[in-house]
Design a protein around this ligand. Sequence first.
Ligand code: MN
Ligand code: MN
Length: 458
Amino acid sequence: MIGRENAYRRRKTEQVAECECGAHHSREEDEMAKVLKDSGLGGAAVSRRRFLGATGAAMAAAAVATAPLAGQEPAMKPQRSADHHLPNETDPRPETVNRQLERQNTSSAESLEVDSGTVEPFKYSFGLAHKRIESGGWTRQVTERELPISKTLAGVEMRLTAGGVRELHWHTSAEWAFMIYGNARITAVDMDGKSFVNDVKEGDLWLFPGGVPHSIQGLGPDGAKFLLVFNDGNFNEFETFLLTDWFHHTPKEVLAKNFNVPASTFDKVPAKELFIFQAEMPRPLAEEQKQSGAGTGAVHERFVFRPGEMKPTKATRGGEVRIVDKTNFPVTNIAAAIVRVRPGGLREMHWHPLSDEWQYYVTGTARMTVFQAGGKARTFDFEEGDVGYVEMSKPHYIENVGDTELVFLEVFPIGTYRDISAGEWLAHTPFRLTNEHIKTGEEFLRDIPREKVVVRPI
Ligand code: MN
Ligand code: MN
């Protein structure tokens, strides 16, 4: 938060210019000073101190008194200030928790001047989601139910203690995962009965195709925290196919017949699902891999990917991106980009022509504007633990507005990553034609890089 406010302050400082009266004001302040001056309430040289010292009441009086006295039309363009202190911007309520919420969401609560129209929210915070706490850890989810526009993807945050197990289970949608913290052991069995057992650490990811049964267990020293993303907006982590739940709802005689053992073998199957539970630490990886792979063989590398071991797909002075999709991780039907943006850097203006995009903010602070067509646009602020969502083909940018590195994930419900950037569009359209539209001059167009930059150099 502090970082973002500092950055805004810095930008504001850059906007101010030396005024004839020798003081530094922002453009907005100069405009308001002009209103006061025209109304007769401000002197020939409205000082910055006097301007800022004017009370809300006096300013309101000026606004009300000016038009009738001068017999003028009210100004069509609302007055705005960089720090939102003008009477038409302020809120007379006392300090409340919700005021803090507004300060964390300045871009939406105060809205950029370019924002306009009714745009469905495309942000939700995991911090607002219900947290289900169990003996071996906790979980919470952001789905279409929390964020109605997120129709094609849903996300889950999960924390497992050292030894804590996310019960053996499966679901119809595919599961893409990103390790945020710690260490975990993951297991799966594929459709050929081959075994997968491997350990993952911070920055690693995995993909379990829909219907493939799997589990996750926290390892030492302090378990794990990770993000799961599913290619179904209506996914529900609390309603998956669980081993205990399934066996509890199968007659014991059928279980006995199925495995050709006495029914008493199943006397201790829990009557209630385990879901997330505390267990003993697993045995050494090599031992568990060998035991589970016996007979049919093993695919112990198949469902895991370690982005830290690949070269960035693109890197500039502004940051870098690692794209993980079918081309380098053949098992995945969920493509992703892991994006790092330095302070002041920008994930360039672009859109995705083939699918929606689900975002997760790992660290840092950002703002994103999504343009909706029909003259509509909206901006939200994001920080650690926030989810963003951009529908197919809607253009957007993501700007690091803090003082620390921004790391976020772009996740797509298709196997192949695709985008089109504003830069490559303009660079490969006749300059004459583009210039007829935006009147920038053709020189500007000639200087645009021929290839997309992904993250703008600072
Ligand atoms: Mn799962
Ligand atoms: Mn994008």
